[in-house]
Ligand binder design. Structure first.
Ligand code: AMP
Length: 430
């Protein structure tokens, strides 16, 4: 057995996997450009206190934390939002709103490794900071749907809810924030019975426990049917009704804004991160039983970190899992691979081969120059294996005539032409 292996939950990305991940990341970056988000890059290592301040018990228990050599208690980031809230309370405090920020990189959680679950994983993260309007929520959902469609995914749905529905009722019953967080954590873990028992312990009335049970069972694909049912159950609870109305408005804006996606509205939906204050959602791939992204509104977080009151909404896409879903749904990355293999026939032709490869690269054409001094036929076999589209062969005859042989490896044709002509031809075929 080899002496060294990767640590449990950590992976190497060999070229094929790295290429897929890069494609998903590049597409996320393209979405950032199309929706006018600016990129920020924050450190992987942050203060433990920052990362644990509002992430919730579930994530806190699974953090990679340690003391650095300076005696600071630090941790590897398990999410991006805490770092962004830190920036909003410091360097970006006085920036004009809305701020639209995009980040992507690796995150670390001591999760139990399984299919689609790793201890180091990739996310792209989008936040709209400074707007409390439903159109900001809608933009986050619309861009997520666009991202998935751009990658060629078709079988996914948005599970969506609003934490204000449950919290509104619990507030009315006198449960404080801490108590509400505890109940929401249990709901997130689907420990419904315990959530109801805990609510009872916190003094929630039997009547409201009954309403909670109903809310937990209220779900469906058509918001115009599900949400009125929620409203019926919550007559008299202003907070919950405002939440339902807000959710209705957000989904209405998505539809009227031209986005077309499957929805599952769940009135009792809760998510792990405890800082959510409004709409929350996850993107599910039912056939694989995984979630490839999640997000929601968090209006109090920046304030909690010492910034101005800053309503915000965001989403994190799990890029590794998105790549897995693409594989499963046979959504092939549209990667243009038109590499040209440049092959010198002998040692004398090597300088010309290097010069030719540089010229191609400067024209934007990917070139792979032969560096093993193999025979032309061996080098061509290798070009085939590497799936090069063309070979440029340079020998004494070609060099003397100021030409080269351009061989189309797919159509098995070849031309004796000048470098200028070859570049023109290759650019046309790109
Ligand atoms: P969260 O930050 O918990 O809202 O998660 C957002 C998305 O990140 C999820 O929908 C997953 O796609 C992805 N994700 C979360 N945890 C992991 C993990 N341990 N491994 C791979 N992807 C993950």
């Amino acid at each position: 057995m080899a002496r060294f292996q990767t640590i449990k939950g950590m992976r190497d990305f060999l070229p094929k996997d790295a290429e897929k991940l890069r494609y998903v990341r590049n597409t996320a970056m393209e979405i950032a450009r199309l929706y006018s988000f600016e990129e920020i890059i924050t450190p992987v290592v942050e203060h433990y206190d920052l990362l644990t301040a509002k992430s919730g018990e579930e994530i806190k228990a699974r953090m990679y934390s340690f003391e650095d050599l300076g005696g600071r208690k630090v941790a590897l980031r398990p999410e991006f939002t805490a770092s962004i809230a830190r920036l909003m309370a410091t360097s970006l405090r006085n920036e004009p709103k809305p701020l639209k920020l995009y980040s992507s990189g690796t995150l670390y959680r001591y999760d139990e490794p399984q299919f689609g679950r790793y201890r180091e994983f990739w996310q792209s993260n989008f936040e709209i900071i400074g707007s409390n309007k439903p159109e900001a929520d809608a933009e986050i959902i619309i861009l997520t749907d666009h991202f998935m469609k751009k990658l060629g995914l078709s079988k996914y749905l948005f599970k969506i809810g609003h934490v204000g529905i449950m919290r509104g009722l619990l507030s009315q019953e006198g449960a404080d924030d801490e108590q509400q967080n505890r109940i929401m954590q249990l709901l997130d873990a689907k420990r419904w019975k315990e959530a109801l028992a805990t609510s009872r312990d916190f003094g929630v009335s039997e009547k409201s426990i009954d309403v909670m049970k109903h809310i937990l069972e209220t779900k469906g694909e058509d918001p115009s049917k599900v949400l009125p049912r929620v409203e019926d159950q919550l007559r008299g609870c202003a907070g919950s009704l405002a939440a339902t109305e807000n959710l209705q408005e957000i989904l209405g804006l998505c539809r009227k804004g031209g986005a077309d996606f499957e929805v599952l509205v769940e009135a009792g939906f809760a998510r792990g991160l405890e800082y959510y204050t409004g709409m929350i959602f996850e993107i599910l791939v039912p056939e694989m039983n995984i979630s490839i992204g999640g997000g929601g509104r968090y209006d109090k977080l920046v304030e909690l970190f010492g910034g101005e009151p800053t309503p915000s909404v965001g989403v994190a896409h799990g890029l590794d899992r998105t790549a897995l879903a693409m594989e499963n749904q046979k959504a092939a990355p549209r990667i243009m691979k038109k590499t040209v293999s440049v092959i010198p026939v002998n040692e004398d032709a090597v300088p010309k081969a290097l010069e030719t490869a540089l010229r191609l690269r400067k024209s934007g054409i990917a070139a792979d120059v032969e560096v093993m001094r193999r025979t032309v036929s061996r080098a061509l076999q290798d070009a085939d294996r590497r799936k090069s589209a063309y070979a440029l062969i340079l020998g004494p005859k070609e060099i003397k005539e100021g030409k080269l042989t351009l061989r189309d490896l797919k159509e098995h044709k070849q031309y004796l032409i000048s470098l200028d002509e070859a570049v023109r031809k290759l650019l046309q075929k790109k």
